[in-house]
Design a protein around this ligand. Structure first.
Ligand code: CDP
Ligand code: MG
Length: 718
């Protein structure tokens, strides 16, 4: 077996002992950093132009019907199928229904079809919207359901995610990210194109789903009153809330005592193992556990929960390397990564059965916890952490943190092993650690920056955001923080009313901070460069880092370094890539991740098209390009700045904390008057990543409303 040496014991060892051997190659691989920039939902990497789907041709129709028939055999056996009539009746008789069912029971794929078949969704009344917190889930579910319905994707069944609208006026079942439904609200304030809104994965309590709860509840009331007044072309709005966990009372209470329906799922027993010792490096522990399952356990695929793209890619590379060294009498091992930014064709691989005599290892983010069901899984490896967005409302700092999951999440992860037969779950943490986990995940609205949410609410016509009907009310401090930030971005005026610029910012498929940067770049005549840099920031890294080549990669990176920091260094990478016309050999030599560069180019194209539509000319800088680009970014990121102190440390302008430049930054070890950064990462220290140099004198210009007071003065005096 590839990895071997020290051992770590698992508990619950009533059959044979389960031991993790230490990975002797661990030292070669530097610890994967926390807090990488990844957006699960709405990762912008797809087409903007909708492909205007047409009705299937006669020949297509034949194939579609055959496939539909095939799938029907499978559908019939799903747990929700037996409850079909009750579900239809439930939705017909109630304006809001909460449906709870085990992951994989068929809620997301089947219930929209039931509601279409019985006419609750119809061309006359309106389509069925099904929201998903994640982009990958929305697209893959739509594909599946299109096949089940027997239609081409985008015709009767489609999806809408950021930068990719595969739906048409014929679409009756539409899967969309919760963010996209919020966006649709801007142009269709009463969601009149829908007769049913299904809020799926409600237990996840993402910020956007929480906002939708309040919005659709109000819309439902308004539409009911319109129907009662006898207004034409309006029907009542049905709301279906779907959740994989049992805490449905809270949803029911919020929706005025909505009816709760339980779908009994199938779940086979899962044997849980915890490590006896805490693991200092869960990635190595996962690697070793995979091989031990592979060598010692019967058939069945493995699902590994990790936190993000970078980790998944690292482990995929290691697995591929070791799998190649397996003895010929052992079955093959096939790693299958699954994360938001993965190209659709590769995502599809996860769902395909493993080839003969091969064990599939799915390496996934928590997308596989409840949104997506993968068949064939019998072993789950749970690292016990996930990447979550955090926000300290007092000091106004947002961060992506790797954070312990809740007990409820851990149980969901475990459940993935017992869908088709009895399974095994290996928790890479101790039993007492499990005991100390929070019972449930804290709703995102309680822990993230609300600026984007508040902007969205305002643009949708909710002016009084303090008194909005939240299921869990965010703290007054974090709401005030958001209002303050929007005010300093000039998105709202001093009365809290949306400005024209704010309106424009709400229309951008970007965080308000980035929208501001883009809008501001017109004034500095560097829109083209700014678009490129924003696109480059949409992927984890444009470099590929083989675990054993860290030094060579660091060497390669140096070739692109720009003295002013990471923003321009990134731009240099893209410029060089263009100079060599994306030459493969050049990419290999420079450790350029071609797949991520393709995503960057795609996002860039989408943003250019978007700007054209919004009337923003994508000009190229003529004068002092460097300063202009940095000034544009500063107009959005003025809160992410820090000033050099006499002792050589940096102190953040907001909150006045001591921060350090991340060793991975081109600015590491440099002393400049002031820095601007993309993100703050808490590990052993408060690190900042994506760092560039700025001039202190630019700050008041970048955000006059923000720096109008004495903030700057108070930070410089240590
Ligand atoms: O929403 P819920 O978790 O209750 O289940 P679902 O997403 O509707 O999935 C029902 C079944 O369809 C699962 O057993 C999946 O394995 C299957 N499915 C699939 O084979 N391919 C997809 N792209 C989506 C679902
Ligand atoms: Mg589902």
């Amino acid at each position: 077996m590839a990895p071997g040496a020290k051992v770590v014991h698992f508990s619950n060892e009533d059959d044979d002992q389960f031991i993790i051997h230490d990975n002797k190659h661990a030292s070669k691989r530097r610890r994967v950093q926390n807090g990488v920039h990844e957006r699960e939902a709405d990762q912008p990497n797809d087409r903007l132009e909708s492909s205007r789907p047409k009705a299937p041709t006669q020949k297509q129709e034949k194939d579609l019907q055959r496939r539909k028939q095939e799938l029907f055999e499978f559908r019939k056996n799903l747990p929700v199928f037996t409850a079909r009539d009750q579900i239809i009746k439930g939705v017909q008789e109630n304006e809001t229904v909460v449906i709870v069912g085990e992951t994989g029971s068929g809620k997301t794929t089947q219930i929209p079809q039931f509601l279409l078949e019985c006419g609750i969704g119809s061309p006359g009344r309106g389509a069925i919207a099904v929201t998903q917190p994640r982009r990958v889930a929305a697209t893959s579910l739509a594909k599946r359901v299109a096949e089940e319905v027997g239609t081409t994707l985008g015709y009767r069944v489609g999806y809408t995610v950021r930068f990719d609208d595969t739906s048409s006026q014929h679409t009756m079942i539409k899967y969309l990210t919760d963010g996209m439904l919020l966006r649709e609200l801007l142009s269709d304030k009463l969601l009149l194109r829908y007769s049913v809104v299904m809020l799926d994965e409600a237990h996840e309590r993402t910020l956007r789903t929480d906002m939708l709860f309040g919005m659709v509840k109000e819309i439902q009331q308004t539409r009911k009153e319109m129907v009662q007044r006898g207004e034409k072309n309006v029907c009542e709005l049905k709301i279906v809330v779907m959740s994989a966990t049992l805490d449905a009372e809270k949803f029911s209470e919020y929706f005025n005592g909505a009816r709760i329906m339980y779908v009994s799922g199938r779940l086979f027993p899962v044997k849980v193992y915890n490590t006896i010792e805490p693991q200092s490096d869960y990635l190595d522990a996962a690697l070793v556990t995979i091989f031990q399952i592979h060598m010692r356990r019967p058939k069945g695929d493995i699902l590994v929960f990790l936190t993000g793209q970078e980790e998944i890619e690292t482990l995929t590379a290691l697995l591929t390397e070791y799998a190649g060294q397996l003895p010929s009498n052992v079955q093959a091992l096939l790693p299958c990564p699954l994360f938001a930014a993965l190209p659709p064709a590769q995502q599809q691989k996860v769902f395909e059965p493993a080839p003969h005599n091969t064990r599939k290892v799915v390496l996934a983010t928590n997308i596989a916890e409840t949104s997506i069901t993968i068949s064939g899984i019998r072993y789950v490896i749970d690292c016990g952490v996930a990447k979550v967005r955090g926000f300290n409302a007092k000091i106004g700092v947002e961060s992506l943190l790797v954070h312990p999951i809740s007990k409820s999440s851990a149980r969901q992860r475990m459940g993935r092993a017992g869908r088709e037969a009895a399974g095994f779950c290996y928790r890479l943490y101790t039993e007492p650690s499990f005991g100390s986990l929070e019972e449930n995940t804290i709703p995102e609205i309680k822990r993230c920056n609300l600026a984007a949410a508040v902007l969205n609410l305002k643009a949708a016509g909710v002016n009084d955001v303090l008194h909005f009907d939240y299921m869990d009310r965010p703290s007054r401090t974090s709401l005030s923080r958001a209002l303050e930030q929007l005010y300093s971005l000039s998105a709202i005026d001093d009365k809290g009313t949306l400005t024209q610029e704010g309106n424009q910012m709400a229309e951008f498929p970007l965080d308000p901070v980035f929208s501001k940067v883009l809008i501001q770049s017109q004034q500095y005549e560097c829109t083209s460069e700014v678009i490129s840099i924003i696109s480059l920031l949409s992927v984890d890294s444009v470099f590929f880092t083989p675990p054993d080549k860290r030094d060579n990669v660091a060497e390669a990176k140096k070739r692109f370094v720009h003295p002013d920091g990471d923003h321009l260094t990134l731009l240099n990478v893209l410029k060089s890539y263009w100079e060599v016309k994306g030459d493969k050999e050049w990419c290999r030599e420079n450790f350029i991740n071609m797949r991520n560069i393709k995503i960057v180019l795609d996002v860039r194209n989408q943003l250019i098209q978007f700007c054209t539509r919004m009337g923003i000319v994508s000009s190229t800088s003529a004068g002092n390009e460097t300063d202009n680009i940095l000034k544009s970014f500063l107009s959005g990121f003025f809160q992410n700045t820090a000033l050099l102190q006499p002792d050589g440390t940096y102190k953040s302008v907001v909150g006045g904390q001591t921060i350090s430049i991340h060793p991975g930054s081109s600015m590491f070890g440099k002393r400049v008057e002031a820095i601007m950064y993309n993100e703050l990462v808490f590990t052993t220290k408060q690190y900042v990543r994506g760092v560039s140099t700025v001039q202190g004198a630019w700050l008041p210009m970048a955000a006059p409303k923000y720096f109008g007071n004495s903030k700057l003065a108070s930070t410089t005096t240590t």
